[in-house]
Design a protein around this ligand. Structure first.
Ligand code: NAP
Length: 246
């Protein structure tokens, strides 16, 4: 039977490429998009490649939107195999210029949204044989990397974004611990520095390369890890797929 995957923020960037690669691997993909028309354009592009994709309206900052998406998906499928919490926003700026409003905006999407979406879909994920939850994090959240003076990332000064992804790592660990006695695995993905709208297309990896970590964690075998922080680690030069320090 085909596996079913929901990817949030899948109308473009890394989320779209994650959906594309999971569909190529044989899954039915549900493209979460806060603007349904953008999601439908993305789904059409996947259809034109012969892939099984459907757009679902899902704004991760809106509990009514999350509940509606869970109801729509639950009416069509009796389980969910993969949830990729990919939707994210970036706000630049050091601690001294960070406002309550900018922190709220970033945390609403990157942290609170992930907890709300995961909890809304846990009943369907529990009904799958071996569900996988992937939280799209970032190497810039790593305390080990950011406090290492020899790291390329030592000088980064984006408090709201970095703290939000650090909190997302906590979210990952706490869900992984709570679900450790189930067949559900929960991991945090590191896409690497990827050329997308999020960073004004300045990254050195393509969106397809940036999707690799999410896809690998979404398709982990039964003996794969849970509660890990893994992907394209670049802090010391060449990008390598490996575990990062929290
Ligand atoms: P992107 O091209 O800007 O895509 C972000 C996606 O998230 C878009 O589909 C966007 O939808 C969606 N989104 C934003 N707020 C949302 C909300 N409230 N509800 C639902 N969807 C929402 O950026 P990206 O680089 O692909 O980012 C994907 C993930 O990778 C993010 O979590 C980001 O933090 C993470 N990441 C990126 C990099 C990088 O170098 N690019 C590195 C590490 C981690 P709209 O089109 O409607 O805005």
């Amino acid at each position: 039977m085909k596996k079913i995957a929901l990817i949030t923020g899948a109308n473009k960037g890394i989320g779209y490429e994650t959906a594309r690669q999971l569909a190529i691997s044989g899954m039915t993909v549900l493209l979460g998009s806060r603007d349904l028309s953008r999601g439908e354009i993305a789904a059409s592009a996947l259809h034109s490649e012969g892939l099984d994709a459907t757009a679902v309206e899902l704004d991760v900052t809106d509990d009514a939107s999350i509940a509606k998406a869970a109801a729509v998906i639950g009416a069509r499928f009796d389980h969910l195999d993969v949830l990729v919490n990919n939707a994210g926003v970036y706000v630049a700026g050091p601690a001294s210029s960070t406002t309550r409003a900018s922190l709220r905006r970033v945390f609403e999407t990157n942290v609170f949204g992930v907890v709300s979406v995961t909890n809304a879909f846990l009943p369907l994920l529990r009904k799958a044989g071996a569900a996988r939850i992937v939280n799209v994090s970032s190497e810039v959240a790593s305390l080990g990397v950011i406090t290492d003076p020899d790291s390329y990332m030592f000088a980064l000064q984006d408090l709201a974004y970095q703290a939000s992804k650090g909190a997302l790592n906590w979210v990952t660990i706490m869900f992984a611990k709570e679900l450790v006695d189930t067949s559900i695995k929960v991991n945090a993905a590191i896409p690497g520095y990827v050329s997308t709208d999020l960073n004004g297309n300045t990254g050195h990896l393509t969106a397809a390369e940036g999707a690799e970590a999410s896809v690998a964690l979404a398709t982990l075998p039964a003996d794969g890890p849970t509660g890990s922080f893994w992907g394209a680690v670049t802090s010391h030069g060449t990008s390598k797929m490996e575990v990062a320090p929290w």
